[in-house]
Design a protein around this ligand. Structure first.
Ligand code: UT7
Length: 332
């Protein structure tokens, strides 16, 4: 019998503090109208508690999910965390998460693929289920973007928010779960969306701090151009090679970087807007957090057998899509 990797539970968390467009108007030369019309963002959540990091966002998503599902953290065999704002350069945030949730029998690692972090982690995690190596894999997307956001730079500070989401992957023998995926990278795009310092290319120094090189830098227009075509192309390509028509698709789950990119992707797929998960207005771009935060928010509307297309585009460049069949109905 063929084993597929099915999502059997979802969780999400955003910190309580809200940073609104009106707040940002007081910090940089911007305005609510520009932010709304150019990006679709109205507010985002920020983790501002000292001593709290990306792992804490992840734990906020994971523990309620495991409790609801009735899974003991000791049953988790593998934790894969998509993030670009890990608690430390090393060790991996997956290790910290394992410790904080009591996953005493797990191994784990991080996936650094920027806004495609969760999508790449989900594809990777599914392989461990499909091969029979593991039966309970925790896939997390978590980013404390406020830690690398320059709140004096209007080009980037209006875009990002903090948040995390997670899914539990388990084997399915009734054909539900992940059916197909397309994953791509193009490192020649690395200069357009990058945290320049802090790695081995430019280790931290007084100079790198003075030059503000530890913040996320983006050449927005260039990234937009790539994102809008790549995300639409890859979403269309996965439909085509699985003989899916727009009517066959229940939901598009797109990365939330810019409402105009999401709209272009839905248009290319021929999908009505009411089949597209959109929460960018509340959370902004939470990088690895966007896809699982959508699944978490829409969970109660998803039905067993629903065809979902997940798609992402991120710094690096990284992009991809997943076609999956939703594996369960949520009890009211
Ligand atoms: O998640 C990973 C992938 N990332 C993305 O997909 C993001 C892709 N890029 C974008 O979403 C868009 O490029 C942005 C939202 C970042 C920018 O929108 P845009 O329509 O490309 O604007 P722009 O960069 O071309 O800037 C237009 C104008 C500029 O003024 P001038 O040079 O025309 O006078 C900017 O200086 O808007 C100005 N501007 C702002 N104005 C008010 C830039 N940021 C702001 C701001 N408030 N926050």
């Amino acid at each position: 019998m063929k084993i597929t990797a099915a999502i059997t539970a979802v969780g999400g968390y955003v910190p309580p503090k809200i940073l609104s467009n009106a707040d940002l108007e007081k910090m940089v030369d911007t305005n609510d109208e520009w932010i709304r019309t150019r990006t679709g963002i109205v507010e985002r959540h920020i983790l501002d508690e000292p001593g709290k990091a990306t792992s804490d966002l992840a734990v906020g998503a994971i523990l309620p999910m495991l409790k609801k599902k009735g899974v003991d953290p000791a049953e988790i065999e593998l934790i894969i965390c998509g993030t670009v704002t890990g608690d430390y350069v090393f060790p991996a945030t997956a290790n910290v998460i394992a410790d904080k949730i009591g996953a005493v029998n797990a191994w784990g690692y991080d996936v650094g693929a920027a806004c495609s972090g969760f999508l790449f982690a989900l594809v990777t995690g599914s392989r461990f289920i499909e091969s029979g190596a593991h039966k309970k894999v925790l896939v997390v997307g978590a980013d404390k973007m406020s830690a690398i956001t320059d709140y004096t730079d209007r080009n980037t500070c209006v875009l990002f928010g903090d948040g995390a989401g997670c899914v539990l992957l388990e084997p399915s023998t009734d054909g539900m779960g992940i059916q197909d995926s397309i994953t791509r990278v193009d490192g020649s795009g690395r200069d357009f969306l990058i945290q320049k310092a802090g790695g081995s290319m430019l280790p931290p120094s007084h100079q790198t701090v003075d030059q503000r090189l530890h913040y996320a830098y983006q050449e927005g227009k260039t990234v937009f151009k790539f994102a809008v075509t790549r995300m639409a192309d890859v979403s269309y390509e996965i439909m085509e090679r699985n003989q899916l028509q727009a009517d066959d698709i229940a939901w598009l789950v797109p990365h939330q970087a810019n409402l105009r990119i999401i709209d272009a992707t839905a248009d290319r797929m021929g999908l009505d807007k009411n089949k597209v998960m959109i929460n960018i207005q509340k959370y902004g771009n939470t990088t690895s957090g966007t896809l699982p935060l959508c699944l978490w928010e829409w969970e109660s509307q998803l039905k067993k057998g629903d065809n979902l297309i997940l798609s992402s585009f991120g710094g690096g460049f990284t992009w991809g899509s997943i076609y999956l069949k939703w594996a369960y109905d949520t009890e009211a």
